[in-house]
Write a protein that binds this ligand. Sequence first.
Ligand SMILES: [Fe+2]
Length: 238
Amino acid sequence: MTKRVFVTGDKHRTFVPLFGLAEKNELRDTDILLIAGDAGYVWDESYIYDINSLQQIFPGTVAFIDGNHENHELLNSMEVSMWNGGKVHKLGERVFHLMRGEIYSIYGNNFFTFGGARSVDKDRRKDGVSWWKEEEPTNSEIEYGKERLLNYADKIDYVITHETPLSARKHISRQKPIDDGYTLPQVFDDWYSILTKSERFKKWYFGHMHVDKEITNKLYGIHNDIRLIDTETSMRWI
Ligand SMILES: [Fe+2]
């Protein structure tokens, strides 16, 4: 039986889309659901209830990168272990946080992941309660990611990020990027152009923009859709 990997976008601590997925599919314990950041399930000390709910609804493994709206302090305090060749924060037996700049080999495909982004609403949020400074990748995290990406560029099949490459933004948002030293979208643009030179590279999924939109045949904004990797199947639940 084919082993399946699903990918979806920002969930912000909601469970309804997962119930939808479970209702319409016979889910298996080998299924893996990847979330492209702003999962939101680790938000406060009651996170364990959310993790248990995820494990009850989804019989397989849930693995998410961090977005901007996560409790980064709590996430970073979790036990680090290895999962499919890369470092993760282990949140439950079948729930993992995929870390910045790691590569995971999942059912024959290699996934490069890089979470984090800057909140546009951070002025309305409270430090340590609804906003954490670690949302934005540090220079050393970016350097680590770049080094891994360059070393393994010809072996990477998929990329999952929360932030959006700069070139994709003009297809989505009319907002002009503010020149305030925030460079992650530009960095991702550079990484995207490196990867597109590799024959193996298949697709880059990003969250954050709350769109389900194909930007190019290798760059996809993911939000409500739950897409089956390696096929063109896409399910919309909301
Ligand atoms: Fe976000």
